[in-house]
Design a binder for this molecule. Structure first.
Ligand code: SF4
Ligand code: SF4
Length: 305
């Protein structure tokens, strides 16, 4: 009995060291998801044990989204620099090394990438599910983007480990929708994210208590805006099949299409970034108390974080 208690204290201490590492490396929030719950919810082929057979814990971390200034620029500029997900991946990569070094437990950075057997819209793993169950974000009416009441909109990364850490709970309350979103919904039938989505791919229902009752997200419409890599085979096919003189040149050198070649050549996130307009108008993404570096610095000055 005493041995078990000692082991659980050691694991709680290990968890604290792991979460502290994540925060030192730039995570605003980090937690451990309930592995059994992920294994139950995720479809076969996309469970943590499908990637790492002896996994015992899933750690999720979130880094801050945009700077405050990023929300002031036009969409065409934001498509290039809005994303901070690579910082999350770097922190998670380092965390896997940290756990192996410090605790001698096999660990792996969970690839955030798409499943090469399932096509370009199916990820290997749902980082969103990991983060939700780890208690660092709740599903919003904006296509289930996770939001946090303090940090707003974050980017997530996960680490799998054979170290058995005590899990956290999902967030008890969902900050979405905010009272101002409910009020707009009552007047117009849409919340800000729904109203300002350029392709109208979001819809949903808010119940009498101001809570989410339904959320609909048309992934195909959103993908047309935000996953430009999907259009490339079509561009190439147009060029190959062009019959009229000049049509091939148009297909390859049309200014819009040339932008795709440009983005490929510089590895731009604009090829696979969301368009951000749903988050630009989201009161939580924009106004959460620690949503951006300016707000976080002000909170530090006030001694609040
Ligand atoms: S990323 Fe753009 S297209 Fe997709 S839901 Fe948000 S606003 Fe709509
Ligand atoms: S704007 Fe933000 S808080 Fe409001 S409903 Fe949409 S996602 Fe939720």
């Amino acid at each position: 009995m005493a041995g078990k208690r000692t082991a659980s204290v050691a694991l709680a201490t290990a968890k604290q060291a792991i979460l502290e590492y994540a925060k030192r490396k730039g995570a605003l929030a980090a937690g451990v998801a309930d592995l059994d719950a992920i294994e139950r919810i995720a479809p076969p082929g996309h469970r943590p044990s499908d990637i790492m057979p002896h996994v015992r814990s899933v750690i999720s971390l979130g880094v801050g989204g945009q700077t405050q200034g990023a929300w002031t620029v036009p969409a065409k500029a934001m498509a290039y620099f809005g994303s901070t997900e690579s910082r999350a991946y770097t922190a998670a990569y380092g965390l896997a090394f940290f756990i192996e070094d410090r605790f001698r437990a096999r660990s792996v950075y969970c690839p955030p990438d798409l499943d090469n057997e399932a096509g370009p819209r199916v990820p290997l793993q749902s980082l969103k599910l990991h983060a939700e169950l780890a208690g660092i974000g709740a599903r919003s009416l904006a296509g289930d983007i996770l939001l946090h009441p303090d940090f707003g909109y974050m980017y997530f990364a996960s680490v799998f480990t054979e170290l058995e850490l005590p899990p956290d709970e999902p967030m008890a309350e969902n900050p979405c929708p905010t009272p101002s979103c409910v009020s707009l919904y009552r007047k117009t039938g849409q919340t800000p994210c729904m109203r300002f989505c350029p392709v109208q791919c979001l819809s949903g229902v808010i119940d009498d208590d101001g809570q989410q009752a339904q959320m609909h997200y048309d992934m195909a419409k959103c993908a047309e805006m935000s996953q430009q890599y999907e259009g490339m085979p079509g561009l190439i096919a147009d060029a190959i099949n062009a019959l009229e003189p000049g049509a091939q040149e148009d297909a390859l050198f049309d200014p819009d299409n040339k932008m795709v070649w440009y983005k490929m050549s510089v590895g731009s996130g604009g090829l696979l970034a969301q368009c951000f307009e749903c988050m630009r108008v989201c009161p939580i993404a924009i106004n959460a108390p620690l949503a951006d570096p300016i707000r976080r610095a002000e909170a530090r000055e006030r001694g609040e974080s």
